[in-house]
Write a protein that binds this ligand. Sequence first.
Ligand code: GLY
Ligand code: MN
Ligand code: MN
Length: 508
Amino acid sequence: MKKTSYRFTAPKAPRLSKDFFANRRAEFVKKLPANSVAIIVTGPERTRSNDTEYAYRPSSDVLYLSNFGEPECVLAFVKGKEDSRFIMFVRPKDKMREIWTGIRHGVDGAQNEFGADEAYTIDEFEKVIAPLVDEADTVLYRLGRNEHLDSRFNTVWSKTQKPLGNPEEILHEMRLFKTAHEIDIMRYAGKISAQAHVEAMRLSRPGLMEYQLQASLESVFRFNGADYPAYTSIVGGGNNANILHYIENRAELQDGDLVLIDAACEYQGYASDITRTFPVNGKFTPAQREIYEVVLASQKAAIAMTKPGVRLMDIHETASNLLRKGLVGLGILPKTHLTAEGEKKAIEAWQKKKEAAKTGSAASSAAKKGAGKKAGSKSAAASASEQEPLRLFDFYMHGTSHWIGMDVHDVGTYGTRSQKGKKRPLKPGMVFTVEPGLYIAASETRVPAKYRGIGIRIEDDVAVTAKGFEVLTADVPKEVDEIEAVMADGRKHCEHVEAVFAGRSGNR
Ligand code: GLY
Ligand code: MN
Ligand code: MN
């Protein structure tokens, strides 16, 4: 086991080459209809407050096709009868603005660095696209991505009303299938995020604040060259783990509690997504371990079945059934709930009983009233059926998987519109998460007290290969013994550092 801090062990970073983007653009153009123009806009900058902006994150589609990261950018692909052209619209060079906010590549940079056949400043957009729209049989533009650019596009398009297609239908299908180079990048993102989780495990102790673990995680991301967290980091101690998107991260971590961390970085435009749950003090209690082992068995089995042809809904079903089995084994769910079908029947039976009890008690209170007596307390039948039976959904209320790529919840369809559920068969190059969890609210009085306030999720990123799968986030432990060993080692390391500092201050 490595003893040093995990933030100094970054492997060599892979990068996507200019040729890679050129090949990708060629593939996109090949899929466009004949004699068309496709126009892809980046997203707007967003004000955070007054005159400060959020860090700019370009649209994934623009990044995917050009690797160009500046705001106010439009890409246009003209597919003519004989040839095709790639046109970029970008911000103009501006000496003064560049002193304040950084360099602008300008039209020369767009051509020389980003492979545009032609480039114009963004203020020339309408003038340049008008004849292209005029000449094309089909125009592909997705409204709703940038209001300002939508209205500028509309002034041109409305004059011709050419058939309008959606370029995202082509692009997002391409983005769903990752090439080997993209998987290299995602593996690297996964490694950075895994290191950050290991570091958080090593640092954890009662009395630390949730935001301190967040600070450590995000510092490992950035230290290793990641651009941003791929989504807002979730660090939830104790019952906070039962808020699925808990991002306050302001509470103190308590001895005897678990902490759930769902945090991961984005590297070169590609997201990772990891969740681990571990004991704040480094040692699982028996009750925590019981629930943890149920989630872990579910997650491992769901990952293990990954191969081409399997569907995300099959993975969800396997994960859910193992959660059911575990909860039944612990006496939290009744035996009837071992299958979704069994649960449905049991709930329907309860509802019928409740209806019957209601009718019965209404009849008996009418009888009592009729007899001139005050209606008494609820009948035994009514109170027996009052407690609504638990169901798996009470503890597991989200899906098991989503696509992941340039967006954490990545684009790509999950099945045809007429299909219900995630029915699309997996193919090599698809990447998705497997993230079962169990969430037992502290206020849930229908389960034994020892389990209340336990929230656990375990999440990894899985790439489909020709024969099976690769877990891109496997560097962070998830077995109970492994976690406890990493945490014990981290504790020793921290104590050693503290002793050194204590010794130094004593010598002064
Ligand atoms: N971190 C967001 C998710 O797991 O879907
Ligand atoms: Mn996820
Ligand atoms: Mn997540």
